[in-house]
Structure formats: C-alpha cells, structure tokens
Design a protein around this ligand. Structure first.
Ligand code: PCA
Length: 213
C-alpha cells in the first residue's frame, strides 16, 4: 500500500507550520505501507494541482492531508469537507475568495473515506488526545479535503482520502496567552498511529464519536 501524506507551508504570519514539519519526521514505512511525503502551498487550487500531479506520479492508494489548526488542543480527524471557499485571511498568494463554491458542479460536501473512528481510537490508545471534528473550516484545509475527494470521485477511482488537523507546537505559542499546543514528537507519534489505523481498517469501526456541539 502507498500513502501520500501532505503538509502545508507556513501561513498567517507563522514562522513554521507543524503540518509539514511533522510529515517530514514520519517514518518511510508504517505497518508495511510506503509513506510518500509532499509539501503543498497554502494557496487555493495550486495546492490541489500539486496533489493532482503527485497522484499521477505515485498512484497512491490513500491521500492523507495534514494541516495546522491553531487553537485546537488535540489531533482532530476531519469527517467532512464542504464545497465552500470563505477565507477569513488571504492565502499565501493573496487570494481571499468569499462565499464561493470550490467546484461549481460539485455536491455540497464530501465525507472523508478514511476510517476516522479507528484513527481516533488508535491515537488515544497511545495516550495522545484525539477526536473527530465535524468542520475543517472554510480556508485552504477544507479546500484540500473537499478538492482531493472531488478529483478522486471524478476519476472514478477507489483511492481513499481524508484530513487531519493538528494543534500549534509549543514554540508557536510562547507569546500567545491561553493557547493550547502539542509537542512535535507527540504529533508525529499521533499521525503514525492514525496511518497504522488506515492500513489496518479497510472498514471503519462502530464506536461513539459524535458531538453535541
Ligand atoms: N491550516 C490551514 C491551511 C493550511 C494549514 O496548515 C487551514 O486550517 O485551513
């Protein structure tokens, strides 16, 4: 099995993005799956075209994208991407779409096709905080979650894809009051657990993981 794992470059005035830093530190093989690592820009559509080229080149079985969600305290496995670009800030090339569909002819949303509950479970088994998230926001991360599934479904491919958001790392919150963070090594361990769960669970497990709000 081949898994393409993507991470973003820094955005929003941050000096680093723990998503690409953690991806770089992943082992080259997890549970016998080959891990292919790819940096993508925090830019609408360009992020997707770089993933598209990598899919053509490597023909992975799974595309897993990682992004920073500053303010979250745990590793969150995203359930759904929505057909919406509504940017609170400019992306890294100055684009700021407001209330625009990502793909005009696409459905309102796509669900992740990864075993999200099994992934949460496997991370928690290593004593690392993790949960399901029901929104990936409306910035470039949601764009990539939705857009990668759109590309895959349009090519009638059985390739799986999904998204994980990670917190800030401690060095990013030194001057931010009451802001949660997680050590980079812990994030890397959590992502490794999540990838193991993807390899070992063709079908997701049935367990409680919903939220009231
Ligand atoms: N996080 C942003 C985009 C890039 C990243 O790492 C987001 O949550 O949309």
């Amino acid at each position: 099995m081949k898994i393409l794992v993507t991470g973003f470059d820094p955005f929003g005035g941050e000096k680093m993005n723990p998503s690409i830093e953690s991806v770089k530190l992943l082992p080259d093989s997890i549970a016998d799956a080959t891990i292919i690592k790819l940096e993508i820009p925090t830019v609408v559509y360009k992020s997707l075209s770089i993933i598209h080229d990598a899919i053509q080149q490597y023909q992975p079985d799974v595309v897993l994208s990682i992004g920073q969600a500053g303010g979250r305290s745990d590793i969150t496995i995203e359930r759904v991407g929505i057909n919406m670009n509504d940017f609170r800030i400019k992306d890294n090339e100055g684009n700021q779409p407001i209330d625009q569909a990502i793909f005009e002819d696409g459905p309102a949303a796509y669900f992740s096709s990864l075993p999200i509950k099994a992934m949460v479970n496997e991370i928690q088994k290593s004593n690392i905080p993790a949960s399901i998230s029901n929104t990936a926001g409306t910035f470039v991360c949601n764009h990539v979650l939705y857009g990668v599934r759109y590309m895959i479904e349009h090519e009638n491919s059985t390739m799986k894809s999904g998204f994980i958001h990670i917190p800030f790392v401690p060095q990013q919150v030194v001057n931010k009051t009451n802001m949660p963070s997680m050590a980079l090594e812990t994030i890397v361990e959590g992502l490794t657990c999540a990838i193991r769960a993807i390899v070992e669970n063709e079908v997701d497990i049935k367990t409680i993981g919903g939220k009231i709000s």
